[in-house]
Structure formats: C-alpha cells, structure tokens
Write a protein that binds this ligand. Structure first.
Ligand code: GDP
Ligand code: MG
Length: 163
C-alpha cells in the first residue's frame, strides 16, 4: 500500500497548489476564492523513489455548525482518518490565525503524525517571520512555496520518513 498524505488547512493557504505540485496535475481547483475546493481530491504522487497518494481537501473549520462548512469539515475529517500522515498547511504571509489554532488542536488531539508547512514563504527569512507558528505545538515549521516549488522535496521526504 502506498502511504496517504492529507493536505489540511484553512481556505486559501495553498493546499490545492501544493496538491497540484505533488501530483503534477491540474486536477485540484486553484482559486482566489476561499474554500472553492469543497470536496476531497485524490492524486498519485512520486518524490524520488517514494510513491504516495495525496488528498486535497477544502478548508477546514472544525467547529463549523452548518451548511457547506459543516460538509467541508466532515470531508476533511474523513481525509485525515484515511491518511497516514497529515501535512498541515499554514500561510506564512498571512501569519497565524484563530482557525490555525483550532485545526492544530484537532490534529494534536488525534495524535496523527503531522508535518507543519508554512506556505508562500518564497523570499522570506525563515527565522523571525515563521517563529509564531511554533505556538501551534506541532514541532518544526517547514517553509515551502507551493507555487514556486521550493522546499517541497524536503517536506515530502520528511513526511514519509517515519512510515
Ligand atoms: P487552498 O484554498 O488552500 O486550496 O489554496 P489555493 O491552492 O487555491 O491557493 C490560494 C491562493 O494562494 C492562490 O491565489 C494561489 O495562487 C496562492 N498561492 C498558493 N501557493 C502559493 C505560494 O507558494 N506563494 C504565493 N505567493 N502564493 C501562493
Ligand atoms: Mg483548494
């Protein structure tokens, strides 16, 4: 069985862009509209010798009460349940948000292996600007740029290493 990586995070952080890069596909819808990808998308990925399945998800709001957000949260929980490892994507430019804290709490509670990726980090200094993400209590923060293809190989190797 190939390992399964679920991409989780609030809307607009770049999950679909990362999914496309991991799977070299244009399947996932990349948009400036928050939360447009409302479903799960599966794709085959390969990084060097490693093969894996990636799952793209809509934006995650763990406490969403109703409607489309409730459905998105359900889809994301299912993706996380199916995954061997979660890549939790945050937005290095926007900084830490309350939603990020909610998602982190959920992932910590589950105890599922999680790698924290700070996306949109192209041209940023790793130190000061990323330090706030350590507050999420998920360990190391890995700067990546999904759109520029930076840090992706290291991220995937790290995510797959313990499997
Ligand atoms: P999702 O809602 O988390 O799936 O986010 P998308 O993949 O749809 O991307 C949301 C927006 O962020 C789009 O405008 C992307 O072009 C942009 N984006 C994605 N990755 C990067 C990145 O690495 N750097 C920058 N600057 N923008 C990015
Ligand atoms: Mg998306």
């Amino acid at each position: 069985m190939k390992p399964v990586l679920a991409l989780v995070g609030r809307p607009n952080v770049g999950k679909s862009t990362l999914f496309n890069r991991l799977t070299r596909s244009r399947d996932a819808i990349v948009a400036d509209f928050a939360g447009l990808t409302r479903d799960r998308h599966y794709g085959n990925g390969r990084q060097g010798p490693h093969e894996f399945i990636a799952i793209d998800t809509g934006g995650f709001e763990p406490d969403a009460a109703s409607g489309i957000y409730k459905e998105m949260a359900k889809q994301t929980r299912q993706a996380v349940a199916e995954a061997d490892v979660v890549i939790f994507v945050v937005d290095a430019r926007a900084g830490l948000s309350a939603q990020d804290h909610d998602i982190a709490k959920y992932l910590r509670r589950l105890g599922k292996p999680t790698v924290l990726a700070a996306n949109k980090a192209e041209g940023m200094q790793a130190g000061a600007q990323l330090s706030e993400f350590y507050e999420l209590g998920l360990g190391e923060v890995y700067p990546i740029s999904a759109s520029h293809g930076q840090g992706i190989r290291d991220l995937v190797e790290l995510a797959l290493e313990p499997l």
